[in-house]
Design a protein around this ligand. Structure first.
Ligand SMILES: Nc1ncnc2c1ncn2[C@@H]1O[C@H](COP(=O)(O)OP(=O)(O)OP(=O)(O)O)[C@@H](O)[C@H]1O
Length: 361
C-alpha cells in the first residue's frame, strides 16, 4: 500500500537521512543528508570515487544502504520503491540498446518492456521524447550509427518515456566531446523548463555551475557543502587588484597582509596570482563591498592601483576552498586538475574505514 508521511512537504523531492553505504571496510557514502527541492537542477558534485554513483544506486533501490534512509516524494524507498519508481527516470550506466535497430525501434522495445501501452498514445509519447532530446530527424537511423552524444540522448529519451517528475542522471556527459556536452546541457535546461526536477551527478565543476541552481559537494563519501549555487559562489568572491609594477604588487601584498589582523572580520586572506606573460594580480579574499577600503589603504601608502574589480566566484574555487581549505598559491584550475588527477589515489588511501563492517552490495 502506498504510504506518504502526513508531515511530507510537497516541495521536497529527495531527502536522505544519515544515508550510509559501506563495502566491507570502505565507507563509500557516509552519513549523507541531502535535500533536493521540486524544480531543482541539483548538481551532485565530486571527484571520481567520492560516492556519487553509490548514492544514486541507493536512491533507486539498486543497492541497500548500510544505514540511514532515503525519502523520495515523501515515501521511504525501503518500503515504497515501486510507487517511487513510477515517478522517476534515470540513467545510471550507459544504457544498452540494440545496435541494428533504429533509435525509434529501440524506444519501442523499452516502452514495451516497461509495460507502456502500445497504440497511438504510445506513438505520440515516443515522438515527444525524441523531440525533447532532438533526435526526431535521426529516429530512423540505426543505433550503431549514432554518435556517443546521440546514444546518450537516446538513453535520456528512454528515461523520459513515462514522463517522470524526477530525472536522475549519473555523469551524463562522460566521454562526450564538447559539442556533445553542450547538447546535454541544453537538454538539461529544456527538461528543467518542462518542470522536471533533475539530479545530476558530475565531476565537472564548470558543467554544474552552468546548469545547476543547487549543489552538493562530496569528497571521499562525505558531504562537504550543500546549498544554492549563487550563495556558495560567494565563498570564493574576491577583490582583484592590478598594480602598475611587480614591485608595487609585492609592496601592496605586504601592506594588505599587515592590515589583515586589524580587519580580520572582512579580510580573510591575500595572495599574488602570477600567470605566465601577465602582470601579477593581487587577489584579496574579502567581500567586494570592501573594495573602497582596499583602495583607500593602498592610496594611504602611496600605491595607486591600475584597476580594482570584483572577481566573481566560481565553483572550482569553492570546491578547493571546501576540500583543501583554500587554493594556497595554486590557481584554481591548476590545483583542481592536480586534485582530480590524484583523486582516485587519495580516495582509496583515505576513505574512512569502519572496523568489522559487514560486506554489502
Ligand atoms: N560494489 C562495490 N564494491 C566495493 N567497492 C565499491 C563498490 N562500488 C563502489 N565502490 C567504491 O566506493 C567508492 C565510491 O564509488 P562511487 O562509484 O560511488 O563513486 P563516484 O563518485 O560515483 O565515482 P565514479 O564517477 O568514478 O563512479 C569508491 O572507492 C569505489 O571503489
Amino acid at each position: 500500500m502506498k504510504y506518504i508521511s502526513p508531515s511530507y512537504d510537497k516541495n521536497i523531492v529527495i531527502s536522505t537521512n544519515r544515508l550510509t553505504k559501506a563495502f566491507g571496510n570502505l565507507v563509500a557514502v557516509n552519513d549523507l543528508h541531502l535535500q533536493v527541492m521540486r524544480g531543482d537542477v541539483f548538481g551532485f558534485l565530486g571527484p571520481n570515487g567520492s560516492g556519487k554513483t553509490t548514492t544514486i544506486r541507493m536512491l533507486l533501490g539498486l543497492i541497500r544502504p548500510t544505514a540511514g534512509s532515503a525519502i523520495i516524494f515523501g515515501m521511504d524507498n525501503a518500503h515504497q520503491l515501486p510507487h517511487i519508481l513510477q515517478r522517476v527516470g534515470a540513467i545510471v550506466e550507459t544504457p544498452v540498446f540494440y545496435p541494428y535497430l533504429s533509435g525509434l525501434d529501440n524506444l519501442r522495445v523499452v516502452a514495451a518492456t516497461s509495460g507502456m501501452m502500445s497504440g497511438k498514445s504510445n506513438d505520440r509519447r515516443l515522438a515527444e521524447v525524441l523531440e525533447i532530446v532532438e533526435l526526431r530527424s535521426y529516429q530512423k537511423l540505426n543505433f550503431r550509427q549514432y554518435s556517443l552524444g546521440m546514444k546518450q540522448r537516446l538513453g535520456i529519451a528512454a528515461a523520459l518515456l513515462t514522463d517522470p517528475e524526477l530525472v536522475l542522471l549519473d555523469e551524463p556527459t562522460n566521454g562526450l566531446d564538447p559539442a556533445g556536452m553542450i547538447e546535454i546541457r541544453k537538454l538539461i535546461k529544456r527538461l528543467s523548463e518542462l518542470g522536471k526536477t533533475i539530479f545530476l551527478s558530475s565531476h565537472l565543476l564548470h558543467e554544474v555551475q552552468q546548469v545547476c541552481n543547487r549543489v552538493a559537494i562530496m569528497q571521499k563519501g562525505n558531504l562537504l557543502k550543500q546549498g544554492e549555487v549563487p550563495t556558495l559562489l560567494q565563498i570564493s568572491e574576491m577583490i582583484e587588484v592590478r598594480l602598475n609594477t611587480p614591485q608595487e604588487s609585492e609592496r601592496a601584498l605586504a601592506i594588505i597582509q599587515q592590515h589583515q589582523e586589524h580587519a580580520s572580520t572582512w579580510l580573510h586572506g591575500v595572495k599574488l596570482e602570477n600567470k605566465r606573460d601577465m602582470q601579477p594580480v593581487l587577489l584579496i579574499e574579502a567581500p567586494i563591498t570592501h573594495s573602497s577600503e582596499v583602495n583607500a589603504l593602498l592610496a594611504h601608502n602611496d600605491i595607486f592601483a591600475a584597476e580594482i574589480r570584483p572577481r566573481e566566484g566560481n565553483l572550482e574555487d569553492v570546491f578547493l576552498e571546501v576540500t583543501t581549505g583554500g587554493a594556497g598559491n595554486h590557481t584554481g584550475m591548476e590545483a583542481l586538475a592536480e586534485h582530480l588527477a590524484h583523486a582516485d589515489v587519495i580516495i582509496h588511501e583515505s576513505n574512512q574505514v569502519l572496523e568489522g563492517e559487514e560486506k554489502h552490495g
